[in-house]
Design a protein around this ligand. Structure first.
Ligand SMILES: [Zn+2]
Length: 307
């Protein structure tokens, strides 16, 4: 083979220009205490854009289909979402975190690092226990512990900015961004689509989502990447609370958005659960779900070829 031809071949390999397979990456945006009917009532152009390019499930259950003791609060909710198993496995049934068993059922970053240690992970959160109790295996961490609605408004903005900067300038493969102001506003003013302050919080959060999505789109390598963006919540709300809400659909039934080029666009008809987030994220990253992880969820909204 002429040397020149060989050089061209090697160049093609080095730049990945012959590979049709883009680099798979995941961003999970977690919105605390956000009711789906309030998102529908609010002006949320950035969430709408994600839905337009993805799969939407309405009625995502936060309660396990089998008997577990998990309350409808953040501790079990974020554990379900981040560990991909129900409270009888991760052990967290309330916000005391008594009984937590993240050693056996860790944050999904641990599964990523086990399967593909070279992948980079990043976490942004302003509800303290996400960082102090649940998070592990993060290469980049920005964590705050906010208290009160006003503090969460400021902290969320800082987190989104830090996350966007990291997405533009670094090369993470799996990113989790938690935003807490919807929940704090719900506790202060009411979780309901008719509460203006709650709607305003959701609209601010939508603006932060827009910043982060714009940062992904501005990545210099975006043409060779396939980002999956998931959006979910830990629970809804009623009045100014959400605890003890296992019988209340406004609290226990939420939503799941799975957006990006690898998704089947449109409404997801099958029942979805909080624990599906981890299975979906890992599957998108090309990580086979090991039986010994005992994950409770399954991949949702992905094209069959990607499963
Ligand atoms: Zn709450």
């Amino acid at each position: 083979m002429p040397l020149r031809m060989l050089a061209v071949i090697l160049m093609g390999v080095a730049t990945n220009s012959w590979s049709a397979e883009p680099v798979k990456k995941v961003l999970f945006i977690g919105l605390d205490g956000t009711r789906w009917d309030a998102i529908e009532a609010a002006k949320t152009p950035n969430i709408d854009a994600l839905i337009a390019k993805g799969a939407l499930s309405v009625g995502t259950e936060i309660i396990a289909p089998r008997e577990t003791k998990g309350d409808t609060v953040s501790g079990p909710g974020w554990s379900n979402l981040l560990c991909g198993v129900w409270p009888d496995k991760h052990g967290t049934i309330d916000n005391s975190f008594k009984g937590m068993n993240y050693a056996a059922y860790p944050h999904f970053f641990a599964r990523i690092k086990e399967a593909k240690p070279q992948l980079l992970t990043a976490s942004y959160s302003d509800w303290g226990p996400i960082q102090s109790k649940i998070l592990s295996h993060a290469d980049e961490v920005v964590a705050e512990d906010a208290h009160g609605a006003a503090a969460y408004v400021d902290a969320d903005a800082r987190l989104a900015k830090a996350c966007a900067t990291h997405l533009r300038e670094k090369n993470p493969d799996a990113v989790m961004l938690y935003l807490g102001q919807d929940d704090e506003t719900g506790h202060a003013k009411g979780f309901h689509p008719k509460v203006p302050e709650y709607i305003a919080a959701i609209e601010r959060v939508d603006g932060l989502i827009g910043e982060v999505v714009a940062a992904i789109q501005a990545r210099p390598t975006i043409a060779a990447e396939d980002w999956l963006i998931l959006v979910a919540t830990d629970h809804g709300g009623a009045g100014t609370n959400h605890g003890g809400g296992r019988q209340n659909p406004d609290i226990r039934r939420t939503f799941l958005i799975v957006s990006g080029p690898s998704t089947v666009q449109g409404k997801v008809e099958e029942q979805t659960y909080q624990v599906d987030v981890v299975a979906t994220a890992l599957t998108h990253l090309g990580i086979a779900l090991k039986p010994e992880w005992k994950l409770d969820g399954r991949a949702v909204g992905l094209k069959p070829a990607a499963k």
